[in-house]
Design a protein around this ligand. Structure first.
Ligand SMILES: NC(=O)c1ccc[n+]([C@@H]2O[C@H](COP(=O)([O-])OP(=O)(O)OC[C@H]3O[C@@H](n4cnc5c(N)ncnc54)[C@H](OP(=O)(O)O)[C@@H]3O)[C@@H](O)[C@H]2O)c1
Length: 334
């Protein structure tokens, strides 16, 4: 069994990676401030604030069989971690994103597609909330990992991560809405592409990647499907008997002020044509490398359990609230 270091470990993906590595018998050290939550039972927490340069020096010289870094919005974090720890790490995984690509519209692209220009720091010209900043920072992080580990480093460009622990309110909107029943607004776009990855499957791939010393760059998502098929699977898995899906055209949704993907008054997983390539990626390479994607129904059931813990009637970060949905349904009926 190995000694693992998870840079993170207190929430969602990095926590699931730590829990998965523990369940497979590894010793796991997590590094975090401890502000987002608890680490899994059995792991050890090293408290550090990565915004402080050199904060990982406390671990310098310690040998790890595998290191997993999920640094989200900071190239400096990636660089600091590599400087302090790469020399004593047998394997390194960096969690990147499908937002690294220059083109979000084309369907069927793979990890060889053109990338955004790398960005090493947020500045006035590249503010944190600009559309490309997140992806461009991840490109710089990927490059740093490859410069250090070459093809032996594992770069996983995650797609939409779903399932237990998700705090983004996106995928979970659908099981939460469908279990409630009644008339539910859905986009009338059955052929619209859709693609997700369950956090447990992605974590297992990352942990197996460390165990098997997998190297290379992969789009970390499940197989392509359609939004129509995905919503059917969610409804079959959790839908209330009186659920009545009211399909509205994209034009009607836009006219009603409904936003795509995320945020208030949105329909999660629905995208403009310019962004639909993000959920239509060719993920055959990651499947061949070992990512096993469970059924969408299974993810929906687990997401619903998590939604119930959060409170289905809470104010959401994404989706339609009941009052917005009633207004929209009334406006289309009239
Ligand atoms: N969600 C998606 O659908 C999606 C899609 C594509 C890619 N991704 C990528 O997937 C990864 C998700 O990672 P995640 O689920 O573990 O969530 P995350 O929000 O990226 O948090 C990861 C960890 O960072 C720690 N952290 C935050 N600020 C810190 C600081 N200043 N110093 C030290 N640690 C700090 C947090 O712990 P503390 O707050 O306790 O310190 C937490 O454990 C990210 O790389 C993200 O970019 C996500």
């Amino acid at each position: 069994m190995g000694r693992w270091l998870v840079l993170g470990g207190t929430r969602f993906l990095s926590r699931t990676v730590a829990a998965t590595a523990l369940a497979r018998g590894h010793d796991v050290v997590c590094v975090a401030r401890g502000e987002s939550g608890d680490i899994p039972d059995g792991a050890k927490l090293v408290v550090a604030d990565r915004d402080v340069p050199g904060s990982l020096d406390v671990l310098r010289g310690e040998r790890f069989d595998a290191v997993v870094d999920v640094a989200r919005m900071s190239y400096a974090w990636v660089r600091d971690a590599l400087d302090a720890l790469a020399g004593d790490a047998a394997h390194w995984s960096f969690v990147s994103t499908i937002s690294v690509y220059a083109d979000s519209a084309t369907h069927g692209s793979d990890s060889s597609a053109e990338l955004l220009a790398p960005l090493e720091a947020i500045d006035d010209d590249h503010p944190a909330d600009a559309p490309d900043t997140y992806g461009a920072l991840k490109v710089a992080g990927e490059n740093a990992v490859r410069a250090t580990f070459g093809d032996a480093g594992l770069v996983v460009r995650a797609g939409l991560i779903c399932g237990p622990g998700d705090l983004s309110d996106r995928f979970g909107y659908w099981p939460a809405r469908f279990v409630t029943g009644g008339r539910a607004v859905v986009p009338d776009t059955p052929g619209h592409p859709a693609q997700i990855v369950d956090v447990r499957d992605l974590a297992t791939f990352i942990v197996e990647g460390g165990e098997r010393r997998i190297g290379g760059t992969f789009d970390g998502s499940g197989p392509r499907t359609t939004l129509g098929a995905l919503l059917d699977e969610v409804a079959d898995a959790v839908g209330a008997p009186d659920l009545d899906r009211v399909a509205l055209s994209p034009d009607a949704l836009v006219a009603a002020g409904v936003e795509p993907w995320s945020g208030p008054r949105s329909l999660p997983l629905w995208l403009s044509a310019a962004d639909q390539g993000m959920v239509a990626r060719d993920t055959s390479a990651v499947a061949a490398a070992g990512l096993r994607a469970r059924s969408i129904g299974d993810t929906a059931r687990a997401a619903l359990e998590h939604e119930r813990k959060l409170g289905i009637n809470r104010e959401r970060r994404a989706g339609l609230n009941p009052s917005d949905e009633r207004t929209i349904l009334a406006s289309v009926a009239g």
